[in-house]
Design a binder for this molecule. Structure first.
Ligand SMILES: *Cc1c(COP(=O)(O)O)cnc(C)c1O
Length: 351
């Protein structure tokens, strides 16, 4: 069975050997305060910087999930309000988590078929963080970084946070354009779930220091303090950190992965556009995601296609939230091979 699910997703096949290696090398029971752990973690952090082109002055922290980052941002980087722009379920959930912590949080929904234009919204002049879901996994859309850049210019004091959960590791991200970037490993990294990554700029770190919250187990300042020794404030997913280092060592620089993914996305979109029986959910090519392809059909067709795909050995991603019954999704993640994609296309040609 090949998983084209958009998360958890297909894992790299070599993970099987790395799991055995981790067991054989007694990594699974090492202390997270040991030199052995520090070496593994240091290697993973270095490879993240190197392979994803993360600037040296950005701090990389381990979390347990992307969802945890939603709370860390509100708890440690916001005192009154952040501003959220969303066109799908993940962005909306992020807004709701933030609003639970800070009631004055702003949330602006925008149409999934159109580009985000921040000028249309009454943004608080002193908003503390502008929040965007760079790749909205539920709809299969992405925000154009130039629109975020405009927001940053208009609100120079605010931090800019982006949810990159379904594109980090697949798409080249211009980190310097943002202050807070987060995701998790079960999507474009082709790894089992249970590890998140939170990347912050100096400006974000200074804001956290100014606010000075340190009381919770996952307080940003606690995480920052421990990462100086490559560690975390809690017992982390040691195996996940080990596997991430192994996979990062295998993959090319993100610039290369990025061009593969973008080419494959173009091919996917033209394949579906030319298909007599399939329809794209997102009509506007300018906002279509490079990593998540969403296909619309009647509920009956969605059910039938997913079922016959399964019989043919392909796991398709279900629709999400409101789109659960009217769409299915196809991951365009780096761990999928050229041949697997070709096989799925020949299956889809006959549905
Ligand atoms: C999957 C996903 C999440 C949730 O990730 P977890 O690691 O399960 O917390 C959040 N945002 C987006 C855009 C996602 O695709």
């Amino acid at each position: 069975m090949i998983s084209f699910n958009v998360g958890p997703s297909k894992i790299y096949p070599q993970v099987k050997d790395y799991l055995a290696e981790a067991y054989n090398e007694h990594i699974l029971s090492i202390s997270h305060r040991s030199a052995a752990f520090d070496t593994i973690s240091k290697n993973t952090l270095q490879l993240l910087h190197e392979k994803l082109n993360i600037p040296p002055d950005y701090t990389i922290l381990y979390t347990t999930s992307a969802t945890e980052s939603w709370e860390i941002i509100s708890q440690d980087l916001v005192t009154k309000a952040s501003t959220h722009f969303y066109n799908g379920e993940f962005g909306k959930k992020w807004f709701e988590y933030a609003q639970y912590i800070h009631p004055h949080t702003q949330g602006f929904a925008f149409n999934e078929q159109t580009e985000l234009n921040i000028d249309s919204y009454p943004i608080l002049p002193d908003t503390e963080v502008l929040c965007f879901t760079l790749n909205e996994t539920s709809t299969g859309t992405q925000v154009n970084p130039s629109n975020i850049k405009q927001a940053k210019q208009k609100y120079p004091n605010a931090l800019v946070a982006i949810d990159t959960t379904s594109c980090l590791g697949g798409i080249n991200i211009d980190f310097v354009a943002y202050d807070i970037i987060y995701g998790s490993v079960q999507k474009c990294f082709g790894l089992p779930a249970g590890l998140g990554i939170l990347i912050i700029s100096q400006k974000a770190l200074q804001k956290a220091e100014k606010i000075g919250i340190k009381g919770r187990y996952n307080s940003l300042l606690r995480l920052v303090e421990h990462i100086q020794k490559f560690q975390t404030s809690f017992t982390p997913n040691v195996l996940g950190i080990y596997l991430l280092g192994k996979i990062l060592n295998d993959v090319p620089n993100i610039a290369e992965t990025d061009s593969t993914i973008i080419n494959r996305a173009k091919e996917w979109y033209s394949f579906v556009e030319q298909s007599p029986s399939l329809k794209l959910h997102i009509q506007n090519p300018a906002v279509r995601s490079n990593t998540v392809i969403t296909i619309a059909a009647t509920e009956e067709r969605v059910t039938a296609i997913k079922k016959s795909a399964k019989e043919a050995g392909f796991e398709l991603g279900s629709g999400y939230g409101k789109l659960k019954n009217s769409t299915f999704r196809i991951a365009n993640f780096p761990a999928l091979t050229h041949d697997e994609i070709a096989d799925l296309k020949s299956f889809l040609q006959n549905v």
